[in-house]
Design a protein around this ligand. Structure first.
Ligand SMILES: Nc1ncnc2c1ncn2[C@@H]1O[C@H](COP(=O)(O)OP(=O)(O)OP(=O)(O)O)[C@@H](O)[C@H]1O
Ligand SMILES: [Mg+2]
Length: 242
């Protein structure tokens, strides 16, 4: 069996906010080229954990390594380029799709070539003419695809996705799921994604981390969700499936 290399490694990571211990002694790896589903009840600390992976937040103690390099040794721009993030509401600035997709480069003082924009938009399954559309006129599914295209501009090695399908209809959900798998396979991007949908977590994820009250209480192949060992995970999975 091929040995897996960590793309991100957490070592005894703790995070507090307002005197609340939000993440408790997190240790573990997200492996290169794999998809890990991050699941757990609301308030468990999933989004907080994701934000630590690209420096939006910093731990109070412990260490985080990106490809075996201490996260603190990265320049912020370099870190954002390597580790992309997409969120549930796909925040956009006013303007066209092209304008929004260009943003990561504009912020670095660079320009996005029209041909690259065309490739990107087609890569996420949208028509080229959409580049000139005002982002306010996009459907939820299109918005998410644009948000993913914007993340791909930097050719990230790691992508963090926070509940990007939860507000979508079934068809758009499936399209985004397929897109996540395609990006993982085609570009070998390591993906960590948060979902409340256990079936999705099993199907799309190679691995899973189950987070509860700030602790990783079960981790392994995503299929473990079919027969969890921990009684709390059993209850959680049962509740989510109902
Ligand atoms: N900046 C902050 N200040 C105070 N408390 C915070 C802050 N950020 C998060 N929290 C708290 O930390 C806990 C974990 O929040 P987090 O958003 O990471 O949970 P989550 O697992 O993503 O939940 P959900 O599934 O609802 O998105 C929650 O109790 C939240 O209220
Ligand atoms: Mg969250």
């Amino acid at each position: 069996m091929q040995t897996l290399k960590p793309a991100i490694h957490f070592k005894n990571v703790n995070f507090h906010a307002d005197n609340k211990h939000i993440l408790k002694n997190i240790t573990g790896s997200f492996y290169e080229g794999t998809i890990t589903s991050l699941v757990g009840p609301s308030g468990a600390g999933k989004s907080t954990l994701l934000k630590l992976c690209n420096g939006l937040l910093s731990p109070d103690s412990g260490e985080i390594y990106i490809k075996e390099k201490d996260i603190n040794t990265f320049e912020p721009v370099e870190l954002r380029r390597n580790v992309g993030i997409a969120l549930q509401n796909a925040p956009m600035v006013n303007g066209t799709v092209f304008h929004n997709i260009s943003l990561p480069l504009t912020l670095q003082g660079k320009k996005l070539e029209k041909s690259t924009a065309k490739d990107l938009i087609e890569d996420v399954g949208l028509e080229e003419e959409l580049l000139h559309r005002d982002v306010r006129d996009l459907s939820g599914g299109q918005r998410q695809k644009v948000s993913i295209a914007r993340t791909l501009v930097n050719q990230p090695q790691i992508m963090l996705l926070d509940e990007i399908t939860s507000a979508l209809d079934r068809v758009s959900k499936t399209e985004i799921e397929e897109l996540i798998e395609k990006i993982n396979k085609k570009y070998k991007v390591t993906i960590i994604w948060i979902t409340h949908n256990i079936q999705q977590a099993i199907e799309i994820g190679d691995y899973v981390w189950v987070l509860m009250e700030g602790e990783v209480i079960e981790t392994g192949k995503s299929t473990l969700l079919k027969s969890p060992t921990h009684h709390k995970v059993k209850q959680f999975v049962k509740g989510e499936m109902e």
